[in-house]
Design a protein around this ligand. Structure first.
Ligand SMILES: [Ca+2]
Length: 284
């Protein structure tokens, strides 16, 4: 049967039904799970909505699935929405041509949305703005000491290998001050903010050194950086924000000792995406 527009809205609505459904439908938690049939635009938006859509769960005697459902634009947006849609079960007598099915633009935006989907999906990049789930998050940290070379641009890792400003140990006398610039660049394709945290990873600790952090305009942000809560302003793609680090050798620094910091830069848009830079210097 055919359902009109704005149907199957609500938790568990139309679970497992057969038939086409008009636009603005299947919007609700677990709505239209296991549905077999076409779905109109602006549909399947909700947690686990339309999961298993179009699956052939028939017995082994079924050779071909008659329906070739499609889903309109603006759909499958929600956590786990449309997961496993149009997948073919392990049934040697059943063949479902994935190419016959499609989902329109503005779709599949959400954590794990459309996972295992066997269908073509409109390009995320065609959306009027980049939805969070489509955005590429990519912080790029780089670092240099004042007057020194920059390290780590277009290098991405969590241990700062290849992204360290390393100076010859025993270089500085007691009282010496060095400045470092920690650059946070947005290499992603959507505006994003980034947190910056500093860890003291000096072997044996860095007693005898003062390390403080400042905004470009001069305000001190040492506590926020040390706790990892400092957050940059929102940066457009390609834009950079710089933090200054002031390192001073104190009278208590042991001869030949060193001070090291590891800075971890984390995307606010996706906290799983990070980059790291660091510096190493020491007392003569
Ligand atoms: Ca980098």
């Amino acid at each position: 049967m055919a359902f009109p527009a704005s149907s199957c809205v609500g938790t568990l609505a139309c679970e497992g039904v057969t038939g086409s459904i008009g636009e603005n439908s299947c919007n609700g938690q677990q709505a239209c799970q296991g549905l077999v049939g076409d779905v109109g635009a602006n549909s399947c938006n909700g947690t686990q909505a339309c999961q298993g859509l179009g699956n052939d769960n028939a017995s082994v005697v079924v050779s071909v699935v008659a329906v070739t459902p499609t889903v309109g634009s603006g759909s499958c947006n929600g956590t786990q929405a449309c997961q496993g849609a149009f997948s073919t079960p392990l049934d040697v007598f059943t063949f479902v041509a994935a190419a016959e099915k499609s989902i329109g633009n503005y779709s599949c935006n959400g954590s794990a949305a459309c996972q295992s989907l066997m269908a073509s999906v409109g390009d995320c990049q065609n959306n009027a703005s980049v939805p969070a789930a489509c955005a590429v998050r990519k912080p790029d940290g780089h670092i240099r000491r004042s007057g020194g070379a920059r390290h780590g641009q277009n290098v991405y890792n969590l241990d700062a290998v290849g992204q360290m400003s390393i100076e010859a140990p025993r270089r500085y006398r007691v009282g010496a001050v060095r400045w470092y610039y920690v650059y946070v660049q947005n290499d992603g394709d959507a505006a994003d903010s980034f947190t910056v945290g500093a860890a003291d990873n000096t072997p044996g600790g860095s007693a005898g050194y003062s390390v403080r952090y400042f905004r470009p305009a001069g305000a001190e942000i040492t506590a926020a950086v040390e706790s990892g809560t400092f957050t940059t302003p929102e940066l457009g793609p390609g834009r950079t924000f710089a933090i200054r680090a002031r390192v001073q050798v104190l009278a208590g620094a042991v001869r030949g000792s060193q001070v090291q910091r590891l800075f971890t830069i984390t995307s606010v848009g996706d906290s799983a995406v990070k980059d790291a830079v660091g510096f190493l210097m020491g007392r003569r």
